[in-house]
Write a protein that binds this ligand. Structure first.
Ligand code: PLP
Length: 397
């Protein structure tokens, strides 16, 4: 019996456990301080009314033999794939129903997609990065190369034509940096990928936070992307489905490598290893794309956007360099006085009772940066910024 030795080479993720330990110790020593958590990457607003109504109706359907649903199609029900197609069509993006694979969230899809690629691929990952991309490659024993995201390139690295690549991970708007590519910048990546015969794995989990119509929300807004890109999207941040679980992956029919359709390979993979998402969840998901559902999710997104604005305006006032906050729920700020990420975590907790996420937890290039999120409560977010203002003026300026 042999275990997968690659798992032993994974670095332990101490990030969130260390954060929790530090918070517990601080709370113990300072019971009077109201700790404000701006580190969370989870939504806090409940599911919209129209989603809940659809959920209830679908549960009732399961109670009668006439309307009961057993195994569904592995690729997802037609009604949901049709609704997703219309969501793209509203933005004049042509995605066919047959190109959509409904899933239980994009974390699984960005991890599982590696099943259809060979071992010898050269993988490019941005640094800092959403840790799932890195660890899933390590789990299959694959080394990756990093593309550096830093203050100089605004945490939006560009392709280097002299560098080879087979698989390229892009996430825009980005977690953790909140930075979002323009169409022109994405066009360069698409050109590069087509030129290299590479495949872009485009994570669009935060596309719904983009409010500027000139900014891309899908890689397929870029000419040429259908021959080089797979897109992942999630209902988690768009509609509050983090605990409900729903996402989808798009693989265009034209995406062919070594004479083989990647769509066909993924279909084979999914029909073998996946049995679909529950009927109720898919009904709930379809409600997101109704007129009422769209209105409701926009209200929730506006709530988070306003939180992001409150944080970003305070950083502007204090002259702090940051990315994100505009098309994203994440604000990625530079720490003051060249403090390292963990020193700043301690400083902020001790002086203000605010909790954020040290940038170093997302890769070396995150050293000296810090992630704040807009998913919290409005009044707590405002209160946190008042505390930050006072601490900054007292200790930093
Ligand atoms: N991709 C990115 C960049 C994320 O930040 C997250 C969640 O935080 C996911 C994917 C996972 O989304 P899901 O909840 O659909 O699995």
């Amino acid at each position: 019996m042999n275990i997968n030795q690659n798992y032993l080479n994974l670095e332990e993720s101490y990030l969130f456990s260390t954060i929790n330990k530090k918070i517990a110790a601080f709370a113990n020593a300072n019971p009077e301080v109201d700790i404000i958590r701006l580190g969370i990457g989870d939504v806090t607003l409940p599911l919209p009314g129209s989603v809940i109504k659809s959920f209830h109706e679908a549960v009732d359907e399961m109670a009668h033999s006439r309307t009961f649903h057993g195994y569904g199609p592995e690729q997802g029900y037609g009604f949901l794939r049709k609704a997703i197609t219309s969501y793209y069509a509203q933005r004049e993006i042509g995605v066919e129903e047959s190109e959509i694979f409904v899933s239980d969230g994009s974390k699984c899809d960005v991890a599982n997609i590696l099943d259809i690629f060979g071992q010898d691929n050269l993988v490019l990952l941005p640094n800092p990065v959403y840790p799932v991309y890195l660890d899933t490659n390590k789990m299959i024993g694959r080394d990756v190369a990093f593309i550096h995201a830093n203050r100089e390139n605004g945490f939006l690295p560009q392709p280097d034509k002299n560098r080879q690549a087979d698989l390229i991970y892009l996430c825009s708007p980005n977690n953790p940096t909140g930075a979002a590519y323009t169409k022109e910048e994405l066009r360069k990546w698409v050109e590069y990928a087509n030129c290299q015969d590479a495949v872009i794995l485009f994570d669009a989990a935060y596309e719904s936070f983009v409010s500027d119509p000139n900014m891309p929300r899908s890689i397929y807004e870029i000419t040429g992307a259908r021959t080089c890109a797979i897109e992942f999207n999630s209902f988690s941040k768009m509609a509050g489905f983090t605990g409900t679980r729903l996402g989808y992956t798009v693989i265009p029919q034209q995406l062919v490598r070594q004479g083989t359709s990647l769509h066909k390979l993924w279909m084979r993979r999914q029909t073998t290893k996946f049995n679909g998402v529950s009927y109720m969840t898919q009904r709930a998901g379809a409600a997101v794309f109704t007129r009422e559902g769209q209105k409701e999710i926009q209200e929730n997104l506006d709530y988070y956007r306003e939180n992001a604005k409150i944080i970003a305006s305070k950083l502007d006032q204090l002259g702090i360099w940051y990315t994100g906050g505009k098309h994203s729920p994440y604000i990625w700020m530079e720490t003051p006085a060249q403090m390292d990420s963990w020193d700043f975590f301690d400083f902020l907790l001790e002086k203000t009772g605010i909790v954020g996420t040290p940038g170093i937890g997302f890769g070396d290039n995150g050293q000296g940066f810090f992630r704040l999120t807009a998913f919290g409560d409005r009044s707590k977010t405002s209160q946190a910024m008042d505390r930050l203002d006072r601490a900054w003026r007292e200790f930093i300026i």
